[in-house]
Design a protein around this ligand. Structure first.
Ligand code: SF4
Length: 295
């Protein structure tokens, strides 16, 4: 039976939230630095990246949120057999409310009928927590903060799309992704990182797209066809000229991450989860006995 100290874990989750909100992951910072280097000297794009990097440093030094919108808090939790989902949910809620008190998070949970803000970032479906059981003897908490502006330009296509000449194949997938990024322009705080879900139903396809965003910037897709398409899209989308925050330049996306699911014969969905430059995600491993490591 996996045992843990509830107060200690609540505090460790609070630290996970603090890191996610205030400390952009190193692989993302390195991708932004490389993009800045690639922009022309004296260009607007280069100076936008300079401001973004300054902002990242300041947030890290002062433990303040990288962006005023601390987003939807999305948890992916893997745990051994027998661990209570209800108890972990309670601890995540307690840590979330405390993170609002400490101003790591903005109160972002608004009742969709009354318009009332709950004040502590907790509400129906907020934070969003997805649990999966696994064979390992430790718990993994992955947390991503997904901003509202970039969520608004996330989208879903149904293939075939006659208007775009997009059929039910990887070429059709390519066409709808180019269309989505063109439509977003600078909205969603480009440069974007794209999580793409191919197949599934409308719901699972979106979930698959978001799950891709938990991958590292530098990883390579194990599926050779998808790896090739990710690389082609990365190169081609960066010729669109949208640039950081829509100021033009050579960097419209920082990365493209794709995953597939089986689908019904009648359906072929392509979901695009657009993540802004404030690509906030961290994870925490909790071992039995209480030892914790963060990434
Ligand atoms: S889209 Fe991202 S960077 Fe833009 S306001 Fe929202 S959280 Fe901040």
């Amino acid at each position: 039976m996996f045992q843990y100290d509830e107060i200690a874990v609540k505090n460790q989750l609070l630290e996970l939230i603090r890191r996610a909100a205030t400390d952009l992951p190193e692989d993302v910072v390195e991708a932004i630095q490389a993009a800045q280097e690639n922009e022309d000297a004296d260009s607007a794009a280069r100076s936008v990246f300079g401001m973004i990097l300054k902002n990242i440093d300041l947030a890290r030094e002062e433990s303040t949120p990288i962006c005023q919108d601390t987003g939807t808090n999305i948890y992916l939790v893997h745990m051994p057999e027998g661990v209570s989902m209800r108890k972990l949910t309670t601890l995540i809620h307690e840590a979330t409310a405390e993170a609002v008190d400490k101003s790591y998070l903005r109160p972002n949970a608004v009742d969709s009928i009354t318009g009332k803000n709950s004040g502590n970032n907790i509400g129906e479906g907020q934070p969003y927590i997805h649990f999966e059981e696994w064979d390992n003897d430790y718990i993994e908490f992955k947390l991503m903060l997904k901003g509202g502006g970039c969520e608004n330009v996330s989208t879903q296509y149904k293939l075939p799309d006659v208007g775009l000449g997009a059929g039910r194949d990887l070429d059709g997938v390519y066409k709808v992704i180019v269309d989505a990024v063109n439509a977003a322009q600078g909205l969603g705080c480009a440069p974007g990182i794209l999580g793409i879900g191919i197949g599934g139903d409308r719901m699972s396809s979106h979930m698959n797209a978001k799950t891709q965003l938990f991958r590292k910037m530098t990883d390579t897709n194990p599926n050779a066809d998808l790896a090739e398409l990710e690389s082609k899209l990365y190169n081609d989308l960066n010729t669109l000229g949208v640039g950081p925050m829509g100021f033009g330049g050579k960097t419209t996306v920082l990365g493209v991450k794709m995953g597939t699911m089986h689908r019904l014969p009648a359906s072929f969905f392509v979901s695009i989860s657009y993540m802004c430059w404030a690509y906030r995600r961290h994870s925490m491993l909790l071992k039995a006995g209480g030892e914790v490591t963060y990434d």
